[in-house]
Design a protein around this ligand. Structure first.
Ligand code: NAD
Length: 498
């Protein structure tokens, strides 16, 4: 881990030469119409860069470059071992630029530098490296045919992939898509969020330096309703992969239906239940984990454990333990201080949304136990205390809607059936956790929970080997693991008469 002080990071921040242009066909360029938007740091509202605001014309140019490269075969037909070598070099370059990328991510999005260094950069590197290592270990199939026939079942890259990603883990979300998309030979157009475009723009140069041919990766910063929509409606984009809100996810399905029926794969929102039974093996550990599950990354996590369901006999004791953990470990601080665990929310709009939910919880009768205030306003940044509400009921807005901020709702349950019913009473199905020392109860809960990831006696486990994605309105398809490769390939059956 870096030993840099806040002064060192500030010095490096001033020295950064931040690239804000889009990246098409292997080179940085201004948006065709020359428009830009201001990229502002949520830490103190300093201007970081003027970023190209891409539109329809830029989407056209990037799509045509991606198509040409794909058809040329320069990447799509390159031998797997050679694709693998380029991607491993890309992963190495991410590791070599770890501090620069971490600093950019923190300045752009407000998360603590300790997390950018310890979580975001390593996970980004792993996503590329893991996908690269898989390339030459995947085999196609031979069908069970009659003696005089041969049936081949093969996978081919889909072609041009558009990847639209959110702002909460900007480069990690991008590379959960780029890893398998590039590994399987596609050409990609990446659209980062307008709230945090900087690391995606930087990654493009590292990929080129690693040897990725020009045109295979294009990066188009800009707004969702302009360049995002243009990509989603584009007739020459074969597959659209998305991480973001369920509201926009639904819109993308409409765009696909209105255009070329492109394949659409969606990783969307969550309202994940964290269920603590009275027989949890270690209540202190469960409480520390529940605090982290809502405060890590300022609660701006799709799998945030935002609904804490506690069995009645231990509820008061447990809530006090979570409250102390939040008070002790999870107070907002300057994101460039290595000790800081809670940074700035991504922008003013998100801060207002979070404060609005806190007000609505109070109006609806929930009991505020910890937090609830905007703090550090003198810094010019957007900081909100991790907040815990007790006595939340299923009909309250904070129990039903994804807040995407550090606001935890505690609900009480009386029985196993009650816990599962409350947990599943949501439009989402991304993740869920269960704390119990009873193995059968843990497994039965795991089966009953309608969620793509279930954690037992922990929160947020998993790595590149496990598929990640949602049930219900949390989306379809999976990121990570070999299952992710399905999204980026078409299956072909070739039948040969011998
Ligand atoms: P968002 O849906 O507002 O935006 C996501 C992306 O879509 C951005 O790049 C945005 O510019 C783009 N976009 C917006 N409107 C568009 C349009 N009309 N056409 C095309 N693109 C458009 O989400 P957000 O606020 O950036 O991110 C927060 C959301 O992401 C939360 O709901 C969170 O749960 C979800 N998320 C999910 C996962 C997961 O893996 N399931 C991971 C991280 C975040």
């Amino acid at each position: 881990m870096s030993q840099n002080t806040i002064t060192d990071w500030e010095t490096r921040a001033r020295q950064l030469c931040i690239e804000g242009r889009c990246f098409i066909n292997g080179e940085y360029r201004e948006a065709l119409q020359g428009q830009t938007f201001d990229c502002i740091s949520p830490i103190d509202q300093r201007l970081l860069a003027r970023v190209a605001s891409c539109e329809q014309e830029d989407a056209e140019l990037a799509a045509s470059s991606a198509r040409q490269t794909f058809e040329s075969g320069i990447w799509s037909r390159l031998a797997p071992t050679r694709r693998k070598a380029v991607m491993l070099r890309f992963a190495d370059l991410i590791a070599e630029h770890a501090e620069e990328l971490a600093l950019l991510e923190t300045l752009d999005m407000g998360k603590p530098i300790r997390d950018s260094l310890a979580v975001d950069v390593p996970a980004t590197e792993r996503a590329i490296r893991w996908s690269a290592e898989a390339i030459d270990k995947i085999y196609d199939e031979v069908a069970a045919t009659a003696h005089d026939e041969l049936g081949l079942v093969t996978r081919e890259p889909v072609g041009v992939v558009a990847a639209i990603v959110p702002w909460n883990f900007p480069m990690m979300m991008a590379c959960w898509k780029l890893g398998p998309a590039l590994a399987t030979g596609n050409s990609v157009i990446l659209k980062p969020s307008e709230k945090s475009p900087l690391t995606a723009i930087r990654l493009a140069a590292l990929a080129l330096e690693a040897g990725l041919p020009a045109g295979v990766l294009n990066v188009l910063p800009g707004y969702g309703h302009t360049v995002g929509k243009a990509l989603a409606l584009h007739m020459d984009v074969d597959t659209l992969v998305f991480t973001g809100s369920s509201r926009i996810a639904k819109q993308l399905m409409i765009y696909a239906g209105e255009s070329n029926m492109k394949r659409v794969w969606l990783e969307a929102g969550g309202k994940s239940p964290n269920i603590v039974f009275a027989d949890a093996p270690d209540l202190d550990e469960a409480a520390r984990s529940a605090a982290a599950a809502i405060a890590f990354n300022q609660g701006e996590v799709c799998t945030a454990g935002s609904r804490l369901l506690v069995e009645a006999p231990i509820k008061d004791v447990f809530v006090e333990k979570v409250a102390s953990a939040l008070r002790e470990y999870w107070q907002p601080g300057h994101p460039l201080e290595l000790e800081t665990r809670v940074g700035a929310l991504v922008d003013q709009a998100q801060t207002e949304t979070v404060l609005g939910y806190i007000r609505s919880a109070q109006e609806e009768g929930a009991r505020l136990v910890v937090g609830g205030r905007q703090v550090r306003q003198e810094s010019g940044g957007f900081f909100v205390e991790p907040t815990l509400f007790d006595q939340v009921t299923s009909d309250m807005r904070i129990a039903r809607e994804e807040i995407f901020g550090p606001v935890l709702s505690v609900m009480t349950f009386e029985s196993f059936e009650d816990a599962i019913a409350i947990a599943n009473d949501t439009i989402y199905g991304l993740a869920a956790a269960v704390w119990t020392r009873d193995l059968s109860k843990a497994h039965l809960a795991g089966k009953a929970l309608r969620a793509g990831s279930v954690w037992i006696n922990q929160y947020d486990g998993g790595d590149m080997t496990a598929p990640f994605g949602g049930f219900k309105q949390s989306g379809n398809g999976r990121d990570k693991s070999l299952h992710a490769f399905d999204k980026y390939t078409e299956l072909k059956a070739t039948w040969i008469k011998l």
